[in-house]
Design a protein around this ligand. Sequence first.
Ligand code: ADP
Length: 342
Amino acid sequence: MTNFREPSVTPPEEVTVEDRALRPQRLSEMIGQRDVFERLGIAVDAAQKRNEVLGHILFDGPPGLGKTTFATCIPRELGTPLQIASGAALAAPKDLLPYLTNVSERSVLFIDEIHRLPHAVEEFLYPAMEDFRIDITLGDGIAARTINMPLRPFTLIGATTRAGLISAPLRDRFQLREHLDFYSIEELAEIVRRSALKLAMPMDNESANEIARRSRGTPRLANNRLRWIRDYSTSRCNGRVDVEIVCTALQMQGIDELGLDGFDRRYLETIQRVFGGGPVGVEAVAHTMNTAIDTLEDDIEPYMLRCELVVRTPRGRRITARGSQHIGSFSAAHEQRRLFGG
Ligand code: ADP
């Protein structure tokens, strides 16, 4: 038990000051995901009324939909401390130990990308989650002995983009399992309006709706698009924003009417052009695009499947008529702009 690392108190992903400024601080500031919000509200309220520790919670869903935000709002509601760890950085039980020994009564430990925990770390977590206890083995072979160390009752919140990769024993130890789905245009438009307000940026409803339509159902992308439009408008339009400025700024980033960017379209084009529309395995598409399979499976495909631009078949991915039509119409519009401008 040497080499203890101090627990990180910063989120695992890169978070800018503006990210933090736009991130809701309380559950009541969360827009959309009403069912999840209601259930979490009830669980938090009940834990507070009974003076008990909140049960463990697992969030799953594509990136940028609010898993970290929900996880960081919950301890604020409870008035308890939060520690943040990433599954990818917890290579052995000893890496988890400082977090567990640091938990205070009813505090929250958030593990992002929990599907990346190695099996040994996962097993180490089981008694911690179930009985608030850890079993530490000292020594080797015949001289080995196990000591049990009690922990203060705490809440584990896990987040994953791959619910399917979580083992059943780990999954079953979470009392609440919440799936986050893509946001509606109306919900995203509301997020855009609120973020614009926080950035002191003018925003009419038509512009907010246009940004929402082009954000792939994802709040993180809506906020990223908004920041780019703010830069564009400051640099080129004296800080003015209208729907035409929104369209021009997003077009400059290669974001089309469906909110797809160049990389998304390259995925569709690869299936269409290189593999004759499919079916094709995701590995072959990833190799051809020179990218990681995880990037396609986590970041690109969920929205493509949701929009029915591609379908999954037992023999691999296949582009749909809608998918082919979308690339066709984008290429035609692109060519027209190239020839005639605008
Ligand atoms: P995830 O952990 O699922 O990848 P995050 O929780 O980091 O996603 O969310 C990304 C950003 O999107 C946050 O910084 C926040 O500004 C915004 N966001 C996410 N969900 C919501 C929501 N329900 N309401 C308002 N903003 C949201």
